[in-house]
Ligand binder design. Structure first.
Ligand code: 5GP
Length: 116
């Protein structure tokens, strides 16, 4: 199923793209939760982290390498950052096209804010 992220990747709707290669695209989150909030997305439409296959290994690895490069370019590599992948309902996933959040630019606090 095609999502808004596929349309951003294809250039059909605008996105603030900060990185692009043959396997992944990264763009700024429309509703940032930190001074730097970038979404790193495989170009292939993989719905969730639970849908990855062995054939996706290169794209999945590239997501981390892209995160490292983008963090440097955004000036948050030394201060640090957080990478998050939400999966399905309990994980809080809203857009069903796999993506990794790159968050930084301030202290992010505890990993989970709500009670158990
Ligand atoms: P999830 O909750 O699925 O892990 O995260 C989805 C993220 O996508 C949210 O942080 C949300 O702000 C972001 N988002 C939703 N729609 C759009 C959009 O049209 N453009 C951009 N750049 N980000 C979006």
């Amino acid at each position: 199923m095609r999502t808004i992220f596929s349309k951003i990747i294809a250039g059909e709707i605008p996105g603030d793209i900060v990185y692009r290669d043959d396997l992944v695209t990264a763009f700024r989150d429309i509703n940032p939760q930190a001074p730097t909030h970038i979404l790193i997305v495989p170009n292939k439409e993989i719905p969730t982290a639970d849908d990855v296959e062995a054939a996706d290994e290169a794209a999945l690895g590239r997501m981390l390498l892209a995160a490292k490069q983008i963090a440097r370019e955004q000036g948050i590599a030394e201060s640090g950052y957080r990478l998050i992948i939400n999966c399905r309902e309990h994980g809080g996933q809203e857009v069903y096209h796999l993506h990794m959040h790159l968050l930084g630019g301030r202290r992010l606090g505890p990993m989970l804010s709500s009670a158990q």
